[in-house]
Design a protein around this ligand. Sequence first.
Ligand SMILES: O=c1ccn([C@@H]2O[C@H](COP(=O)(O)O)[C@@H](O)[C@H]2O)c(=O)[nH]1
Length: 273
Amino acid sequence: MTTEKLVSEIRKKHSFLCVGLDVDLDKIPSFLLNEEDPIFSFNKAIIDATHQFAVAYKPNTAFYEAYGIQGWKSLEKTIKYLNENYPEVFTIADAKRGDIGNTSSRYAKAFFEDLGFDSVTVAPYMGKDSVEPFLNFKDKHTILLALTSNEGAFDFQTKKVEDDEVYKHVLKTSKNWKNSENLMYVIGATKAEYLAEVRNIVPKSFLLVPGVGAQGGSLTEVCKYGMAENIGLLINSSRGIIYASQEANFAEVAAKQAEKMQLEMKTILDGIH
Ligand SMILES: O=c1ccn([C@@H]2O[C@H](COP(=O)(O)O)[C@@H](O)[C@H]2O)c(=O)[nH]1
């Protein structure tokens, strides 16, 4: 998907909500465990109920890999279902990959060509040659971890090297890589106070912002400091939406939560036009 199409969907739906599909068989309603593929059945119900309020879906691959080959099959079915039934939504494989170039090119092929995701999250730690193979794919997006939502982000990402914090080096250096127009960045919602500085470096880039809801980040604060002219934000909520209820009406309750966030987003978008 092109960035222009993503922006147009955001404007059409008045939403920059990304729903995280982090499926844990211990947390889904127990009656679904009788289904042939409980993970896919859960995802399908969540997607069908929430798609009008969301512009993106983000399965975190860990939650699928944890169930072996069956989990990977559920992931394949989920992305196929999204691409066939809701081609207008932006899809993110939250896989946090990155390796020597030869290996990264295989990761890129797996997520972009074989599975058909629009984007994948990548760790910047191994540098340019580990990321550029992902950037070669037209209309596919590489979402680089810059300043993550967890406490451990302060171990390295905010440490100063040659007068700049490491996350700023990630932003500044990656801007010069080949096909850098295909880059987006992860900035945690719990680090909203850093967003003004982030925007000084990457004024137009899309930011994937996890950490609202269960991790305590604030949607309003993220928008205050992080919103760009082209909106430039995808705000993710996983547990806060998909596990809002474990009862028979779980999808309906998830939709209510998604709608609540979408309405907050609409109010913010209306306020800036
Ligand atoms: O900095 C980061 C990067 C990725 N994540 C992932 O996003 C979701 C958040 O889930 P919630 O349930 O809404 O807290 C999850 O898949 C994380 O692995 C992140 O939280 N922070």
